[in-house]
Ligand binder design. Structure first.
Ligand SMILES: [Zn+2]
Length: 200
């Protein structure tokens, strides 16, 4: 529709999740009129996440070093692992202040339509962690939607092979179809403290 750099910018913005063609166009024209200093800050922020942020070798959360802040914190209870889809879900659960254990980030959810099966997720590292002595509880905190449900069902079947492990899921009450991160802190906190054992 447009030419050269403007269309390139619209195309790049349109590749971001949740940004449709209209939003991409609106953002692009906003950026065209933005101060050079603001653009420089945005550029630097983008560059810095690429250069400095990595993924925790233990749990898959975003990290600045080898381990994320939570895995590096000896006060966090290693007996309890909360499994989430994305690093942003770690942030959502942290905001509730209901959980003092550790996390495991899968890197997504099972979604055949998008070509994402169990092998594309960090499930093998999860099983390795659970097989280590000391892990007593796994909390499945997937998004309350179809993909999250499919992922939780798949994990429950795998986790049955650990007889002494308590497997729980968040209580119902989260807005169905949404993302964990969109639930407000009180609702998510309640779903967390009211978590229930999975029938095995
Ligand atoms: Zn970590």
């Amino acid at each position: 529709m447009y030419e050269g750099p403007v269309q390139d910018l619209i195309d790049e913005l349109g590749r971001l999740p949740g940004i449709g063609p209209k939003s991409a166009q609106r953002l692009a024209f906003h950026l065209l009129t933005t101060d050079a200093a603001d653009i420089t800050r945005l550029q630097q922020a983008l560059q810095r996440v690429k250069d400095e942020v990595r993924f925790c070798i233990e749990c898959g959360n975003v990290a600045e070093g080898e381990l994320c802040r939570i895995c590096a914190d000896p006060r966090r209870d290693a007996a309890s692992i909360c499994v989430v889809e994305e690093p942003k879900d770690v942030a959502a659960v942290e905001r509730t202040r209901e959980f003092r254990g550790r996390y495991h980030v899968l890197g997504g959810a099972i979604s055949p339509i998008d070509g994402i099966g169990p092998d594309q997720l960090r499930i093998a590292p999860l099983l390795r962690r659970i097989a280590e002595p000391g892990v007593r509880e796994v909390i499945l905190a997937m998004d309350p939607n179809l993909e999250g449900e499919a992922t939780a069902t798949y994990l429950v079947r795998l986790l049955r092979t650990f007889p002494d492990l308590s497997v729980t899921r968040l209580a119902s009450g989260l807005p169905v179809g949404g993302d964990l991160e969109y639930a407000d802190e009180v609702t998510l906190g309640r779903a967390f403290s009211g978590r229930r054992a999975v029938d095995a």
